[in-house]
Write a protein that binds this ligand. Structure first.
Ligand SMILES: C[S@@+](CC[C@H](N)C(=O)[O-])C[C@H]1O[C@@H](n2cnc3c(N)ncnc32)[C@H](O)[C@@H]1O
Length: 213
């Protein structure tokens, strides 16, 4: 599937009806989501024919993008039942077979080896300090090949140091810096959109075998 076609499919997805502040529910827009998955597939071979998990899947954007790019199996996980319902209905609309599970990422007890690639746009940790790092730590425990994650650029040094030292990563690379538009979902946002500088990371967990493309 071409990049533009992928972006257009993602642009048609239903997003959060009643976003919950405490869960930092804002969607990854189709432009960023399509490029994240396209890069993971095209540049690294981490999507097609792989088992892909989407942590904090929300309305399913990243996981559905993986399914559209030919992932073998996709599992989306989110704590919020309403998001899971929307994600399932988005999958039905696109006639994609994706499993969505309602679960708190902190309670996920999956072992390594079940999932090849984890993709995530975690809560940035503005409501609950360190939330993004909890997601990342679990993703690096579960993934056997790669983790793609978005983090605020201001946390770059911390993310690199902690992932390599404490979270089972053998490599942590910023693929690009993006401007992430958080829409005015919440009353305390004065501007229509809040523009945040965000890094797209690719991590390789220790269990991974070297890539030959
Ligand atoms: C920034 S949104 C990203 C949504 C979606 N992945 C996307 O890219 O559009 C973060 C998501 O994490 C979910 N979330 C927050 N805390 C969670 C937790 N402890 N366990 C699982 N999901 C959680 C929220 O419900 C929300 O859907």
């Amino acid at each position: 599937m071409k990049l533009k076609q992928l972006e257009s499919h993602l642009g048609s997805l239903q997003q959060f009806d009643n976003p919950k502040i405490e869960l930092e529910q804002y969607p990854t827009g189709p432009h960023i989501a399509s490029r994240l998955l396209y890069t993971a597939d095209n540049s690294f071979g981490d999507v097609k024919d792989k088992v892909v998990a989407d942590f904090g899947c929300g309305c399913g954007t990243l996981g559905l993008a993986a399914a559209l790019l030919g992932a073998k199996h996709v599992i989306g996980v989110d704590i919020d039942a309403e998001s899971i319902e929307i994600a399932s209905s988005n999958a039905d609309e696109l006639e994609l077979d994706v499993d969505f599970i309602q679960c708190d990422i902190r309670h996920l007890r999956w072992r390594g080896g079940m999932v090849d690639t984890v993709v995530l746009n975690p809560p940035f940790g503005t409501r609950k300090k360190g939330a993004d790092m909890e997601f990342l730590s679990t993703a690096l425990r579960v993934a056997s090949e790669a983790v793609y994650s978005l983090h605020k650029s201001t946390t770059r040094d911390h993310v690199k140091r902690t992932s390599l030292r404490d979270y089972n990563a053998v490599s942590a690379e910023v693929l690009c810096e993006l401007r992430f538009d958080v829409p005015q979902l919440y009353k305390f946002h004065k501007k229509k959109e809040v523009d945040v500088a965000v890094d797209l990371w690719r991590f390789v967990p220790k269990t991974s075998s070297p890539k030959r493309l």
